[in-house]
Write a protein that binds this ligand. Sequence first.
Ligand SMILES: O=C(O)CCC(=O)C(=O)O
Ligand SMILES: [Fe+2]
Length: 331
Amino acid sequence: MSTNRDNIADDHSDIIKVVDFRPFLDGSNKEIVANALLESFKTVGFVYLVNHGLSQEKIDGMFEMSKQFFALPHAQKMLAPHPPSGTHHRGYSAPGAEKVVQHLYDRGEISEARKRTDVKESFEVGREDDNLMPNIWFPEDILPGFREICLKFFWDCFEVEKNILRALAIGFGLSEDYFAKVHIKPDNQLRLLHYPSISTSALLNEEVSRIDAHSDFGSITLLFQDDIGGLEVQGPNSDKFIPVRPIPGSLLLNAGDLLMRWSNDTIKSTIHRVRAPPFTKSETTPDRYSIPYDLETVVDCVPTTWNADTPKKYEPISAKDYIMRRLAASY
Ligand SMILES: O=C(O)CCC(=O)C(=O)O
Ligand SMILES: [Fe+2]
């Protein structure tokens, strides 16, 4: 039987670079960081950042809260239910509710894909004053502090994001605030994910999935992952997938569809998925927790990426229009 081991690349050492963000933050060498970041986005679409400015204590605190939330009884989690439509992406989704798909918009094709459930549960949070997608909370006494920690983490990630966007602008030879100034009121999404422990053979034989191959919708995703592994990204110019090993203290960045479009396709929005961690021997694949933070915005091709010989491929698009279309297909 074919398994998901068949299309794993053999040599995956150091394809995804580790970039030390400190010289950008302390101002000692902004350009070297900016160039390394942009180069990684252009070649593989993913990069690890270390010394990114967000304390390990805050990251650990968010993971701890996330674990406590997912450990609650189902009925309590369902007091903050994700609405039936994918376009209000907030609150709790039980395993099977969300099925991430790659550019499927036909209802028949979507229901075919949904037959292979994503065995994961999630909780999505945005900014409190987002009228388009209001947050959905359960009563505070069910898990005191959950709401506060989620919102603090949301805004802490926004600070990291602004520095990343500044570095990206420098990489493109633009003014430092080029990207940051259109992310003033972030329509961002903090996503707590829990992949419950599951039979390894069911994952390997593709009876179920953790998250199927997809690209992210927004401009950039900041991804925090625990030490279990299982995330894989498609290698440059290849259909093989590369396991992305967890690196303690790092933050994984990846470019999404909108940044690809914004950069006139010079940056890659790379397909990725979550499967059984590499070399798993045990019959049961353990629980895995991850926390993606997705950035969203308004997009037109960056000036230095197009000219008379290489014209713009895309017209400007609002992030909202693009993302609503893709979210609607996920539920
Ligand atoms: O859990 C992960 O590591 C990846 C999650 C992901 O790709 C997503 O939520 O878009
Ligand atoms: Fe993703």
